[in-house]
Design a protein around this ligand. Structure first.
Ligand code: CU
Length: 119
């Protein structure tokens, strides 16, 4: 009986997990009110941003050297979210569906660090 209850709970949990979009979700179009972060001089110019759950951040590379945005898997991040390399004036947007603190780097320049705090 206990095993059956456990299996049912597990099934319910899996169904919920499958339905959820995930904490981080790359989106094609930045929703209105998206927070902007510029990339310049080998840095994320606003290294820490605070947003509300359900809103998005849009990164824009403003220099010739390509950069990206890379969230590694860990607590609250099911799997790596690794954005494409952005050339000058290209953008990338991620929607944050769950509260938490999400650290990121640029894949080829791991000393470039930033964080998104979702409330
Ligand atoms: Cu970079």
């Amino acid at each position: 009986m206990r095993a059956l209850a456990f299996a049912a709970a597990l099934a319910a949990f899996s169904a919920t997990a499958a339905l959820a979009a995930g904490a981080l979700e790359a989106v094609q179009e930045a929703p209105a009110g998206s927070t902007e972060v510029k990339i310049a001089k080998m840095k994320f110019q606003t290294p820490e941003v605070r947003i509300k759950a359900g809103s998005a951040v849009t990164w824009t590379n403003t220099e010739a050297l390509p950069h990206n945005v890379h969230f590694k898997s860990g607590p609250g991040v099911e799997k790596d979210v690794e954005g494409p390399m952005l050339r000058s004036n290209q953008t990338y947007s991620v929607k944050f569906n769950a509260p938490g603190t999400y650290d990121y780097i640029c894949t080829p320049h791991p000393f470039m660090k930033g964080k998104v705090v979702v409330e």
